[in-house]
Ligand binder design. Structure first.
Ligand code: ZN
Length: 283
């Protein structure tokens, strides 16, 4: 059975087996906050049962970003009056392009796991209704939870959630898998992570989007790797470097095929960012 375990006083984490997604539950005196809601209705039902075994207080939901494994359970977990917070860009993606993303992800996952892919395709989407721009403080009775955006990174709109000495970083931080670049801003991500690291102390527990909790040292290493990739992309762009070759030269190659795939996304998206920033001298 999938259960929450207590990470800090009144802060619980559930690691869901599929993709090792972390869901975090923060309990206060008058309410509770659930960060991320998994991929399908069946997964979200399991999550809802696990939440109820910890608390029956009124629930609020936070989505760290718009990717299916973090928000497709919204409609199952939220009642009609449940507030759902997400960054403005996360809200926009789900409202304006949610169905397109859903179809694309269903197709993408078919080869890996047909059952999950089909279930994902049947999900009723529910976008967050409470958009966050920079920072928002939520009071759940006796404790304040901060939702903050530190800049573009894994997506344009990644929210991090902080309560006491726990920081829920979403996919801005990945443990046990390469960072995901399919919708990322590889030239902004290092600075965003640096800004995030500045808010983290030696005793802070950082819950990544996937995998085991990490610490400041891990965050610093993750930043350095992203910064090295940023420079690699900038240099290669100047020399007109071939995407696959640049990807293979990056440190993400140590993750094998999955790392190379993410590195190629990173190089392509980095090149696109640099092309957009270069003045057009032809016309
Ligand atoms: Zn993601």
């Amino acid at each position: 059975m999938t259960e929450f375990t207590e990470l800090a006083d009144g802060v619980f984490v559930l690691v869901y087996p599929y993709l090792r997604v972390n869901c975090t539950l923060i309990t206060g005196e008058t309410g509770a906050l659930l960060v991320d809601t998994l991929s399908t209705e069946a997964q979200a039902r399991e999550l809802a049962e696990a939440v109820l075994r910890v608390t029956a207080k009124p629930l609020g939901i936070v989505n760290t970003h718009f990717h299916f494994d973090h928000c497709f359970g919204n409609a199952t977990l939220a009642g009609p009056a449940t507030p759902i917070w997400g960054h403005r860009e996360c809200v926009r993606e789900l409202r304006e392009h949610g169905r397109q993303w859903q179809r694309a992800w269903e197709q993408e996952l078919l080869a890996d796991d047909e059952h999950v892919a089909r279930e994902l395709g049947r999900v009723t989407l529910r976008a967050p209704d409470s958009p966050v721009e920079r920072e928002e403080l939520i009071d759940i009775g006796g404790r304040q939870v901060s939702l903050a955006w530190h800049g573009r990174g894994h997506t344009a709109g990644d929210l991090v959630v902080r309560v006491d000495d726990v920081l829920v970083a979403g996919d801005l931080v990945e443990e046990g898998a390469p960072p995901g670049f399919a919708d990322a801003y590889p030239l902004d991500w290092p600075e965003t992570l640096r800004a995030l690291a500045r808010t983290v102390g030696p005793d802070t527990v950082v819950v990544p989007g996937h995998g085991e909790p990490v610490d400041l040292e891990f965050l610093t290493m993750a930043h350095d790797e992203l910064a090295a990739l940023d420079w690699l992309i900038r240099e290669a762009h100047r020399d007109g470097g071939d995407v696959a070759k640049v990807a293979a030269a990056s440190s993400l190659a140590r993750w094998g095929e999955a790392g190379l795939r993410e590195a190629e996304h990173a190089v392509r998206r980095g090149y696109a960012q640099l092309d957009a920033a270069t003045p057009n001298t032809i016309g």
